[in-house]
Design a protein around this ligand. Sequence first.
Ligand code: NI
Length: 171
Amino acid sequence: MTIKPLIILPDPLLRQVSVPIETVNAELLKLADDMLETMYDAPGIGLAAIQIGVPKRMLVIDVSREDEEKNPQVFINPEIVKSSDDLSLYEEGCLSIPDYYAEVERPATIAVKYVGRDGKEHMVEADGLLATCLQHEMDHLNGVLFIDHISRLKREMVIKKFTKLAKGKAV
Ligand code: NI
C-alpha cells in the first residue's frame, strides 16, 4: 500500500467528473488499498479516487469511532437510489480543503447501490455520519465539493484563500 499525494483546492482535477469502472481487477483493488492508506494517514473518514488524481468512480470510507475496530469500506460506481425528505446537519471537512469546516445539510437517510471489492452489486441503507460521508464522497465523483453547498460568499472566500496559498507554494 502506498500513501499518495492529495489533490488540493483549487486544482481543476477536483471539478472533473469521474468515469464508471468496468472491471474490478487486482489493479483496481490496489488503488482502493492505496486510497485507504492515504485516508488513514491524513487522517480522514472518506476519500474519492479523484482526490489522488484518479478520475474513477470509487470511494473509500471508514466512519468507525476511535474505540471501535477499523471498518474500511470500498464503494465502486455508487449510486443513490433513495433519499429521505428529512435532513441532517453535519459539520463537514474535506482532505482536499484542509483545515476548513462548515455545516452542510443533506438527506438524513439514503439507499445506495454499489459494487463491492468482491465485484458484486450491493445495496446499503445509511443514516447518520455514514449517510453524510457517502453523499460528500459521491459528490466528488461528479466534481462537486462540500463548499458548493454553503453560501456563495463563504465559498468564494475559501476558494480565494486556497488560490492564494497555491500561488505561494508555486513561487
Ligand atoms: Ni471531500
